[in-house]
Design a protein around this ligand. Structure first.
Ligand code: SF4
Length: 72
């Protein structure tokens, strides 16, 4: 299970502009192959597309469904 990690530490995790990434933070996964699913995930979610990095921010990232455009 190479490179599996938590959304809260992943550069593809996009959250609201003033939010900080924690286990309960909700946001949109903007990983390129997963974007089409408009997958709303929490900081405690994770997958093997995990890439460590700073999270992205955009308004509407935590809506159901998310309305924000991917910022990467
Ligand atoms: S679902 Fe996977 S790729 Fe998307 S933010 Fe979470 S760990 Fe990253």
């Amino acid at each position: 299970m190479a490179n599996w990690g938590l959304c809260q530490d992943c550069k593809w995790f996009q959250i609201e502009p003033k939010a900080t990434a924690g286990e309960r933070t909700l946001g949109l996964c903007i990983e390129e192959d997963l974007q089409e699913f408009r997958l709303r995930v929490s900081g405690a979610s994770g997958c093997n597309r995990f890439t460590e990095g700073d999270v992205a921010h955009a308004k509407g990232s935590s809506s159901a469904p998310p309305t924000a455009k991917p910022q990467r």
